[in-house]
Write a protein of this length. Structure first.
Lengths: 300, 404
């Protein structure tokens, strides 16, 4: 193979590709951080996390239909859809998970898997099998040229959302009492309970926040995709890989993992478009061969 | 309590038996195996609805050979193993005369193989694999829908006169994607020897954000991008194409871009200027036959028919007319009658080609555009009809691939 491909890296197209890759990273990060949060504190490998992402997208569709497709409808969808998902997760947590925290991982794993099937069928019953599309608000329509290449405005918006969510998460985890308790509970839940803290309540809040993030990811992705049954399948797999290479339960690991996943993918496509999808998975293999427990410290 | 349970159970069991008995001996039974749950089901309901509409009319006139046509459905949930088991159940237990359905190509090939062994006629009403009536074709299988080889040849036919030289093929990394992408490229190359394939891009089925894949293609500056996505992925591409105004950079061609499932979902937001092909449009051709079909379908189901409705309708017409021609309910006579049979349809006369058992449907080429007549969604404009004889692979071609 010649070194021709290196020339790509000096071309302005690479800058564009990195930006596109980063915007893709945002959705992955938002969903994966929620997964990681739940995994770290509650020790639940939540397969149904992807279904909540799908429900978030469907709820965004419903809100945009009810309110109308304009910019107000869009913002309402971005806020109401994740809240709706949070409500669903609250019911599920209080009704079922809160009673099963002491069970083995494999049992919880199977339980969340069964939930992903139940949620899938519920979505079909409520919304049906037709293709749905959330209209893009006028202000986000179109693209702007970067070095002559069209860059969708919505992807810029996603680039902004990523850091905002990351900073908010950092504040919640590091600057609030709740965050501190949840970090302590992640390390030793019995001890936290022994000092008189209502661990069950903390778990509930963390679970709801994690699922809120899944819903947010779904609502954010809704205007650019076909909102349809099965949209959760690909994403949940990628999110698990991201959480694993980042370090189980570490939300900064989720950030790092998403960056690795998104960027190896977008740059891989530049180098070898025909087999671009291989690159992120190759990166996962490389990371795991050198750091089997993930890049950052796992809370497990 | 115990007695109540026994009574209840017997009622349930009798219910089951009732289902089987309700098929008197005096009916022609068609068994559909198809996907009625999950994303693919959006296409399959139209097939059954179109089929039902046709047989209702046939049965109202006294049926065929004095027998009514009945059908039953099985949901294979897009799983080939389930689909095959259900086809077996339909033949062994329900004793259907004809098998039909299947959108999943893997299921279709499995059921087709079973149909060959059992000598049961099987009408494939959606799956797009070219192997069904091509490489793996046989006496008992019939293709009622188009396949990837036909799509490829229709694409080449549609763009042959356009000034494109440099092509790029991109799409979803699964059998349909590769088959349709490569078939289109093969036929384009055959019709335009100076055509050049700059590259290919493939992504996972269900990939949400396609921007990382499409941006490098813009950089490569092909004259035409052939999109090899099917079903769910179509919308993701069409939305991005609109956001990036991709049609300004290059010509974009996507089979079924003009199909109603896509354009209706996109609503007013649909991208203008994407070329595409499809076997059925409810607003074209503007013939009395098509208008009557649409009016009747709307009356029954309160929605306009999509492409699947044509396949289902055509399948019903073929079955009825073939039995009429055969003169008795006999599987071998039915097959012989089907070969070369011509039926009426909303899109004109359709012939079941004898050499490969492929229905010679017309293909409509068009470009997505806004229309004052349908303010809620885009429709196809600049429509060109490609006749079956112009885009079906020739019988020689089929015989050659079958010999391999």
């Amino acid at each position: 193979m010649s070194l021709d491909f290196l020339a790509y890296f000096y071309s302005p197209g690479v800058v564009c590709q990195i930006l596109v890759g980063l915007s893709r990273t945002v959705i992955l990060f938002i969903v994966a951080s929620g997964l990681s949060l739940i995994l770290g504190v509650l020790r639940i490998p939540n397969i149904a996390h992807g279904s909540l992402y799908m429900i978030g997208a469907f709820m965004a569709y419903t809100v945009s239909r009810v309110v109308g497709g304009g910019i107000t409808g869009y913002w309402m969808a971005i806020i109401l859809a994740p809240l709706g998902v949070a409500l669903v997760s609250f019911i599920v947590e209080r009704g079922i998970f809160s009673r099963l925290y002491e069970r083995e991982h494999i049992m919880l794993f199977l339980l969340t898997f069964s939930f992903s099937l139940v949620f899938g069928d519920l979505v079909k019953m409520v919304w049906g099998a037709d293709y749905r599309s959330v209209p893009m608000p006028t202000s986000f329509q179109g693209s702007i040229p970067i070095f002559g290449l069209p860059f969708p405005i919505y992807n810029f918006f996603l680039l902004l959302m990523g850091p905002i969510v990351a900073v908010l998460l950092w504040l919640i985890v590091n600057k609030t009492k709740m965050g501190k308790i949840s970090r302590a509970a992640a390390v030793d839940r019995e001890m936290v309970g022994a000092v008189g803290i209502n661990v069950s309540l903390v778990f509930c809040i963390v679970f709801v926040i994690g699922c809120f993030l899944a819903g947010l990811g779904g609502a954010l992705v809704a205007p650019i995709v076909n909102v349809v049954l099965g949209m959760d399948h690909t994403l949940i797999m990628e999110c698990f890989l991201i959480v694993i290479i980042g370090g189980l339960g570490n939300i900064w690991g989720a950030l790092l993992g998403s960056l690795i996943f998104g960027l190896t993918q977008s740059l891989g496509i530049l180098i070898w478009p025909q087999f671009g999808i291989v690159f992120p998975y190759a990166a996962v293999i490389v990371v795991l061969s050198f750091r089997p427990t993930g890049l950052l410290r796992s809370t497990w | 309590m115990k007695r109540a349970m026994i009574v209840g159970l017997s009622v349930v069991l009798l219910g089951f038996l009732g289902v089987s008995f309700s098929y008197g001996a005096n009916t022609i039974k068609v068994g559909f195996v198809d996907t009625y749950s999950g994303p693919a089901s959006v296409y399959c309901f139209d097939v059954v609805d179109g089929f039902k509409m046709a047989i209702d009319a046939i049965n109202a006139k006294g049926g065929v050979l004095g027998k009514k046509i009945e059908y039953t459905t099985r949901d294979e949930k897009f799983n080939p193993a389930t689909g095959l088991a259900m086809a077996k159940e339909l033949v062994m237990r329900e004793e259907v005369d004809i098998l039909a359905g299947t959108i999943n190509s893997a299921t279709t090939l499995a059921v087709s193989d079973f149909a060959k062994k059992e000598k049961i006629p099987f009408l494939c009403t959606f799956a797009k694999s070219e192997k069904i009536t091509g490489e793996m074709g046989h006496r008992y299988v019939f293709g009622v829908a188009e396949n990837t080889r036909m799509i490829g040849k229709a694409t080449a036919f549609a763009v042959a006169k356009k000034p494109y030289k440099k092509f790029w093929v991109a799409g979803e990394d699964y059998e349909y994607g590769h088959a349709v992408g490569m078939a289109s490229w093969r036929y384009i190359k055959a019709m335009k020897p100076d055509a050049e394939l700059l590259g290919q891009t493939w992504w996972k089925v269900g990939e949400a954000d396609l921007a990382p894949y499409i941006t490098p293609i813009v950089q490569a500056k092909p004259d035409m991008l052939y999109m090899a996505t099917g079903g769910v992925g179509n919308l993701n591409f069409m939305k991005l194409a609109k956001a990036m105004n991709l049609m300004k950079e290059m010509a974009c061609f996507l089979h079924t871009s003009i199909e109603l499932s896509n354009l209706q979902a996109l609503g007013k937001e649909g991208p203008e200027g994407i070329m595409g092909t499809v076997n059925y449009l409810f607003y074209y051709p503007e013939t009395p036959e098509n208008k009557a079909f649409v009016a009747e379908f709307r009356k029954m189901y309160n929605r306009p028919p999509k492409v699947g409705a044509l396949y289902g309708y055509a399948a019903a017409q073929l079955i009825a007319k073939a039995y009429q021609k055969a003169g008795k309910i006999d599987k071998e006579k039915f097959i012989t009658a089907m070969e070369g049979l011509t039926v009426d349809s909303p899109v004109g006369k359709l012939e079941m080609r004898k050499c490969d058992h492929q229905l010679m449907l017309p293909m409509f080429y068009g470009v997505t555009q806004k229309s004052p007549q349908y303010p809620d969604f885009l429709i196809a404009g600049d429509i060109m009809t490609i006749a079956g004889k112009d885009y079906l692979p020739t019988c020689d071609e089929i015989m050659k691939v079958r010999q391999k």
